[in-house]
Design a protein around this ligand. Structure first.
Ligand code: UT7
Length: 330
């Protein structure tokens, strides 16, 4: 019997209505539209506003749209995994909350925290449940409300991030050869010093001291992260192609994590890959952490053709990074 492969059979996304422009950020911190655009490629990002709204609510919109689009009823779903670093609360998991709000009952759920590589790690994990034959319809969500951990007085980080969510449906591929082919997933804890959120966990639980020290905000030392992002994503892309006896010419699309246009361009250049075949939407959403990859697939959905070979790649806090090779199945 041939191996069961997990195929993406639907994709949907959601971004909040509020647009935070570079012009507005110019009023908040000492920055300029010119600096932000040339150093990062970001023109605007979306921010979730409104009392009582959280990461799960963006996930809910993405999942509702996905169910509708794919003609799937909530009771058909047997697993949901959510990638996020901005869970609604430490527990229960955000996937659990999304399922409750969408009406998906008595289902297996959990969250994965791999920062900006979260969607990559989660997609590969979800695929194992399909490949093992234990699960048939799995939803993978990447969702982050970065605005809740961004310090809007710190110009080095507040211009970079936005809020959003994306979701895909994974099913056993109906046709042989389609779906997830291979993955490379890596972590190196030495990188944690350069990109993290110190407060809110068991090391520094919330206290007047943790608040005063701004420990609940994201911290990033950008330059070393930039360098590691370029080298890690480039080598992951090269390695996954080599492992599968493929060249860059066999690829229809490269889908990189959207953290900085200069990182994306450098990774493409190092792989000698034309930018026309690289999914890029950073200018309108900024870095939405776990949501960047599904939001790219959502935005480029119309351009994707059945049989396209696609490599997804990401890099994030941890450090975490990797690549997934898949053959588009719809
Ligand atoms: O998604 C997870 C992974 N994250 C990433 O991949 C992000 C990786 N890092 C980066 O994308 C870049 O390092 C940044 C966009 C964060 C920063 O760009 P950079 O070219 O590395 O700038 P820098 O940190 O070296 O700073 C250069 C200058 C500094 O001024 P001085 O010290 O030269 O006077 C900064 O203070 O730019 C200044 N600067 C700004 N100026 C205007 C930093 N942020 C801003 C700003 N507006 N928003």
């Amino acid at each position: 019997m041939s191996k069961i492969r997990a195929a993406i059979t639907g994709v949907h996304g959601y971004v909040p209505d509020y647009v935070l422009t570079n012009a507005e950020l110019e009023q908040m911190v000492d920055t300029s539209d010119e600096w932000i655009k040339t150093r990062t490629g970001i023109s605007e990002r979306r921010i979730q506003k409104g009392e009582g709204l959280a990461t799960s609510d963006m996930g809910v919109e993405a999942v509702k749209g996905l169910l509708e689009k794919t003609g799937t009823s909530p009771d058909e779903i047997d697993l949901m995994i959510c990638a996020t670093v901005t869970a609604d609360m430490p527990f229960p998991d955000t996937a659990n909350i999304i399922c409750d709000k969408v009406g998906i009952k008595n289902v297996f759920t959990f969250d994965i925290n791999a920062a900006c590589s979260g969607f990559l790690f989660t997609l590969a994990t979800a695929a194992k449940y399909i490949e093992s034959g234990s699960h048939k319809k799995v939803i993978v969500v990447g969702a982050d409300k970065m605005s809740t951990i961004v310090d809007y007085t710190d110009r080095t980080t507040c211009v970079l991030f936005g809020d959003g969510a994306g979701a895909v449906l994974l099913e056993p591929s109906p046709e042989e050869g389609y779906g997830l082919v291979d993955s490379i997933l890596r972590s190196n804890g030495e990188g944690r010093h350069y990109l993290h959120q110190k407060g809110g966990g068991s090391l520094n639980p919330a206290s007047p001291h943790s608040i005063e020290q701004k420990m609940h905000y994201l911290y990033q030392n950008g330059r070393p992260v930039f360098k590691a992002a370029v080298s890690s994503m480039s080598s992951a892309v090269t390695e996954i192609l080599e492992n599968n006896n493929m060249s860059k010419d066999d690829l229809a699309w490269l889908v990189p994590h959207q953290a900085n246009i200069r990182i994306i361009e450098t990774v493409a250049k190092m792989a000698d890959f034309p930018l026309e075949k690289v999914m890029i939407n950073i200018s309108k959403y900024g870095n939405t952490t776990a949501a960047t990859l599904p939001l790219c697939l959502w935005d480029y959905e119309d351009k994707l053709k059945k049989g396209d070979n696609i490599v997804l790649t990401a890099f994030g806090g941890g450090f975490t990074w990797g690549a997934i090779l898949l053959k588009w199945a719809i």
